[in-house]
Design a binder for this molecule. Sequence first.
Ligand code: IPE
Ligand code: IPE
Ligand code: MG
Length: 240
Amino acid sequence: MTHIPHHIAIVMDGNGRWANRRFLPRVAGHKHGVDSLRRCVKACAERGVAVLTVFAFSSENWDRPADEVSGLMELLAMALTREVPQLQVDGVRLHFVGERAGLSDKVCAGLAQAEAATQGNTRLVLNVCFNYGGRWDIAQAAAKLASAGEPITQSSMDRAMALAHVPDPDLLIRTGDEQRISNFLLWQCAYSELFFSTRLWPEFDEAALDEAIAAYNQRERRFGKTSEQITAPAPGLKAA
Ligand code: IPE
Ligand code: IPE
Ligand code: MG
């Protein structure tokens, strides 16, 4: 029986190369990236994934050419209004994760509206990491605790992080044939299983998702223990 990961995180990489190969502007690749995300959200909901966290714009992506950055901002603003009705149908609750400072008032208002509109949905939690960086998250959590005079411990940090509302990802997928984290969930991916797909994000379809889930099913998650400890029958149970 296939074990479906409770929480899948994805670095959606490869939109620019997808567009370049078709002699299209990079922003066209990002548009197809939104289509791919829509398909992926639906596929995750259908498979019983409870949480999907996607990396849409990193703290470092501000350094891209100005027209690409503004294209991405426009795309987000547009997606916020266009996609919400389908999210309602699919029972998806949206959370935006990242630094709001630096985003336009229009984008911030759209984010707040989309979060409020979907807050009653319970089938799938969709965390969209936008203007997000793993280092930013660790630093903001520590700063929040320090200013409240709270001790900095692993559990207080867990509670202060931007993804405190969900458990850590079980499976982290990166598309686009790159094998790096690029400042994504540095704190939360301590024990996530990693899967690197050669597909570019706009080409990441249901079959590619199933391939990642199948690979995840082949892993033995040991969390520091030995293999024997993991496979030993529970106390009181006889070995088959
Ligand atoms: C990922 O695709 C989307 C964002 C970073 C916003 P890229 O735009 O990084 O695509 P490549 O890596 O250039 O192909
Ligand atoms: C990571 O992709 C960020 C997102 C997918 C939003 P990048 O394309 O920015 O990562 P690098 O620069 O190749 O490491
Ligand atoms: Mg990239």
